[in-house]
Design a protein around this ligand. Structure first.
Ligand code: MN
Ligand code: MN
Length: 262
């Protein structure tokens, strides 16, 4: 069981548009993971002690595309990787690294926002843009977005241009989840959750998923998860560390799925 999953923390929020804070997240998610208030069992019954992970620690990032080279080192042996963000801009360089090892991959993106802007406030690499870059580079053979509830005309057009499969929150039904045919990369923005369940995010977007719905989505994944990121946790906005506990639980459930489906 040891060292089956690689873990890295990306302490980076230079590409956050509204407020900073996600760079502080990785050590706090680890701390929540180790909290004595909970045990290490996933709901499926696997014990996921911290020793299970090969933990690379937390990286401070000076230059955006460093994230790609750091990630590449983590995945050379094709073990699944969990990245703790950081803002959502980190997903583009992470997926560039995955593309070098795996070629095109199916990507599942859970978020309040489509993050498909061509550019945002003059920055093509803003946390509002990663999935536009990913689709332009043809890194994703398929992009499934779940939980979206902020679609404007520009992003709707972008989604159509790129052929994104979008399950918007307004149409969300727990028994009508996407079917997966290939291994996936999973990108999870904590603001997919309703702010009632996860207040520790920069962008409070009402009308989101419950924690239970998110866990259900994760537990229904029946294909290998080759990599995942948990992004946009903002400790500056959290209440009593409750969002850190949600992030830690999500890490545990994703890790369990990585082991079960591998
Ligand atoms: Mn996002
Ligand atoms: Mn978001």
């Amino acid at each position: 069981m040891k060292n089956q999953i690689v873990l890295q923390g990306i302490c980076y929020d230079d590409k956050s548009s509204f407020m900073k804070g996600p760079a502080l997240a990785p050590p706090l998610i680890r701390k929540a993971y180790r909290s004595d208030s909970a045990n290490y069992f996933s709901e499926s019954g696997l014990e996921l002690k911290p020793e299970l992970f090969e933990d690379k620690g937390d990286y401070t990032i000076a230059e955006y595309f460093e994230i790609e080279s750091l990630t590449l080192k983590c995945i050379e042996q094709k073990r699944p990787l969990i990245s703790l963000g950081g803002d959502h801009s980190i997903t583009y360089p992470i997926l560039k690294a995955f593309y070098k090892i795996y070629g095109q991959i199916d990507v599942v993106h859970i978020d309040a926002h489509a993050d498909l802007y061509h550019e945002f406030e003059g920055d093509r690499y803003s946390h509002a843009c990663p999935f536009a870059r990913i689709m332009e580079d043809k890194i994703a053979s398929r992009l499934v977005q779940i939980g979206i509830r902020t679609l404007n005309t520009h992003q709707k057009n972008q989604a159509e241009k790129f052929g994104v499969e979008m399950l918007e929150m307004k149409n969300f039904e727990i028994n009508r989840l996407p079917k997966y045919d290939h291994p996936i990369y999973l990108s999870l923005d904590m603001d997919c959750l309703d702010p009632a369940f996860a207040p520790g995010v920069s962008h409070h977007e009402p009308g989101g998923l419950t924690t239970r719905q998110l866990l259900h989505i994760l537990q229904k994944i029946n294909v290998p998860i080759i990599g995942a990121d948990i992004v946009e946790y903002n400790p500056n906005r959290d209440l009593n560390g409750m969002t850190a506990m949600v992030a830690a639980k999500v890490v545990k459930e994703i890790a369990a799925q990585m082991l079960v489906n591998s």
